[in-house]
Design a protein around this ligand. Structure first.
Ligand SMILES: [Zn+2]
Ligand SMILES: [Zn+2]
Length: 116
């Protein structure tokens, strides 16, 4: 194995050995955890769910790495029934998006952009 400059630590959720590489960050600039075993981004199977209110309708939703749209975007999932959150309000607000352009669809958990 190659020598690693970064110290590993156990993922709090699943116990797997991971490390943080300052050169591998998500869009937001957050460092993403990397598997010590294979140097791939750590996609945690036991990641705790952090629901947040949908900004369009207020329902509790969360991000799930398994719920990805065909275009590669994360789809919010209903906290209540674990189904894809198909927000009606969202479509309407998108059309008349002229007050506050606060459209932050990118979530900090996006581990898919490690292409360098
Ligand atoms: Zn983990
Ligand atoms: Zn909604």
């Amino acid at each position: 194995m190659s020598q690693r400059k970064f110290s590993t630590f156990a993922c709090k959720a699943c116990g797997e050995d991971i490390y943080l590489d300052p050169n591998r960050t998500a869009n937001s600039g957050t460092r993403i955890p990397i598997n010590a075993s294979d140097d791939n981004p750590h996609v945690c199977p036991n990641k705790p769910i952090k629901p947040f209110p949908c900004k369009y309708c207020g329902q509790p939703v969360y991000w799930d790495s398994k719920h990805i749209s065909p275009s590669g975007k994360h789809i919010p999932v209903n906290f209540s029934d674990n189904q894809n959150h198909d927000c009606r309000n969202r479509g309407e607000q998108r059309q008349q998006n002229n007050n506050n352009d606060n459209d932050n669809d990118d979530d900090d958990d996006d581990n898919n952009n490690d292409s360098i």
